[in-house]
Design a binder for this molecule. Structure first.
Ligand SMILES: Cc1cc2nc3c(=O)[nH]c(=O)nc-3n(C[C@H](O)[C@H](O)[C@H](O)COP(=O)(O)OP(=O)(O)OC[C@H]3O[C@@H](n4cnc5c(N)ncnc54)[C@H](O)[C@@H]3O)c2cc1C
Length: 341
């Protein structure tokens, strides 16, 4: 019989982050598909009370926590010690954890300490009889593999955007606080703070709720016969800043930039979405000045609700590829939305 352990860390505000809540939904669904399986909840952080309380109704049979200032920030040595202790206390055979930067760094090491195996970027579970199978994309998500393993414990880090965030009423639960003592050797690294680029400097933001895509139309002559690059740049950056959105691009726009034409300095090929670009995951997407041709739209596979702004009522987005198409001037509309934001 499997014991599924859901693992999470608190965010800076003491709560569970979105990706963690999504992975919790995945863990509860997995448990419901495996009759007889036990579910345990494990968490680490400076103060784990708020996060544990918010997830207390998830139906776990046991709750474990490692809390204290030593576990506030992401540090490999202390995180690995805490997670190892939780896995051992829970007797976990399957570990489900969110693919956050903090866990991506430490989880393979924890799997190694427990002589287990790990699969990362998991995008789905299926259960066939007693056998658990997981899905994972390869080759820029163009191929989906279904994997199974007999080795336990089996660690699975789940990508964001796969499950709905868990939401449920809280319940009275008893939490086992595990005492993890850290020697000086495990405290040699000190986290002094974050250095994060401004929202408008770091345009690719995998955790954003919205993907904002710019197409080459932003650089074309507009109805007055003129090109308005500066206005385009300020409209795009203004919106990104207000909406904290992630910036995607069509291939034509980033190709144009790199050929020495009029460059949007905040954009590179890394922003390109599509067949030969990225396949990001976001709950929502807004395409602007982009035609919506198939090689581009194929990169929207994991975008939830899709909207597009295009002057052309017959653009590709209107051919069943978007939920809503605004037939409008993106310069005007994006400026207006930004003002409202
Ligand atoms: C093998 C192969 C791989 C490819 N891979 C990719 C890929 O990974 N990603 C990708 O994006 N493309 C890819 N492409 C290219 C793709 O087919 C399209 O050529 C490209 O996506 C077009 O970019 P676009 O929509 O920005 O430009 P365009 O097709 O020129 O469209 C510009 C749009 O802007 C609109 N517009 C102009 N002004 C305004 C305004 N003021 N307001 C609103 N709308 C306006 C126009 O109506 C037009 O629809 C690939 C092609 C091939 C052959």
């Amino acid at each position: 019989m499997e014991t599924i352990l859901f693992l999470a860390h608190t965010d800076d505000d003491g709560a569970l982050g979105r990706v963690a809540l999504e992975a919790l939904t995945g863990a509860t669904q997995l448990r419901s598909q495996m009759p007889g399986a036990k579910l345990a909840f494990g968490i680490l952080g400076a103060d784990t009370a708020t996060a544990t309380q918010s997830a207390s109704g998830c139906g776990a049979d046991a709750f474990y926590a490692v809390a204290g200032v030593d576990f506030a920030a992401s540090r490999y040595a202390s995180d690995a010690a805490a997670l190892e202790a939780i896995c051992r206390a829970a007797g976990a055979t399957i570990v489900v954890a969110p693919a956050t930067a903090r866990f991506n760094r430490v989880m393979p090491g924890v799997a190694q300490r427990l002589n287990g195996r790990i699969d990362t970027h998991v995008s789905g579970f299926t259960v066939n009889g007693d056998e658990l199978r997981v899905q994972r994309g390869f080759y820029r998500q163009r191929m989906v593999a279904t994997l199974t393993r007999s080795v336990r414990p089996w660690f699975l880090t789940v990508d964001g955007g796969v499950f709905q965030p868990w939401a449920g009423a809280s319940a009275a639960v008893s939490v086992q606080m595990l005492d993890v003592t850290l020697g000086d050797a495990l405290r040699r690294t000190t986290v002094t703070g974050y250095q994060a680029p401004e929202a408008n400097a770091q345009t690719i933001r995998p955790d954003a709720n919205l993907l904002f895509v710019a197409g080459v139309g932003w650089t074309k002559k507009q109805s007055d016969g003129q090109v308005h690059l500066d206005e385009a740049a300020s409209a795009i950056l203004g919106f990104l800043d207000k909406a904290s959105a992630s910036l995607g691009s069509s291939k034509s726009l980033v190709d144009q930039s790199s050929e020495g034409h009029n460059v949007f300095s905040f954009m590179s090929h890394l922003n390109q979405v599509g067949q030969t670009g990225a396949t990001p995951r976001h709950p929502k997407g807004l395409s602007t000045c982009c035609h919506g041709e198939e090689p581009h739209v194929v990169g929207w596979r994991f975008i939830g609700e899709r909207r597009a702004i295009n002057l052309d009522a017959n653009c590709g987005w209107a051919q069943g590829k978007a939920d809503v198409v605004y037939v409008a001037d993106a310069f005007e509309l994006v400026r207006k939305i930004t003002k409202l934001l």
